[in-house]
Design a protein around this ligand. Structure first.
Ligand SMILES: [Cu+2]
Length: 159
């Protein structure tokens, strides 16, 4: 009888340890993902944009985080979400851009770039490595640079 209760006790301890380990593993070992959803339309990321004025919410994340961004194109044109440097955006806003021109800018974080057609939704995942203040923007250029019409926002990576 003593042996049996010891056995049952051992099984209970192992079961509790397994459940606790599973829970702790999910909580602390699996990297947490931050989910962000943006509705893209003419001319803003969520809400309304105005010429040259930020038309998107400030996104604030922590260095090392994995970010999952879902973009819904609720507008009538092709749009884009791309994380770039502030100086690249400033240069583009100053430049004269011809409709349909392809602009080439470096993405700050690998995978932080996605195009969406009207009615389409896409989700991208990327890791923010370096702290700093960046911007996200739509660099489509038909009929004009979308960022110039307000399709951009501040993207802050805190240390
Ligand atoms: Cu756009």
């Amino acid at each position: 009888m003593v042996k049996r209760s010891v056995l049952i006790g051992a099984v209970v301890v192992i079961a509790v340890a397994a459940i606790a380990g599973f829970y702790l593993g999910f909580t602390y070992l699996v990297p947490q993902r931050r989910a962000i959803t943006l509705d893209l339309r003419e001319w803003a990321f969520n809400g309304l944009g105005y010429t040259n004025i930020q038309g998107g919410p400030v996104i604030r994340v922590k260095a090392g985080e994995t970010i999952q961004v879902t973009v819904n194109n609720v507008g009538t044109m092709d749009h884009e979400f791309m994380v770039i440097s502030k100086s690249d955006l400033e240069d583009l806003l100053k430049r004269e851009i011809t409709p349909g021109e392809e602009v080439h800018v470096s993405v700050i974080f690998e995978g932080a770039d996605v195009d969406v057609e009207p009615g389409e939704s896409k989700t991208i995942t990327f890791t923010v490595s370096n702290p700093g203040e960046y911007v996200y923007a739509c660099l489509e250029t038909t009929p004009t640079l979308h960022a110039k019409n307000g399709m951009w926002g501040t993207f802050i990576v805190e240390p």
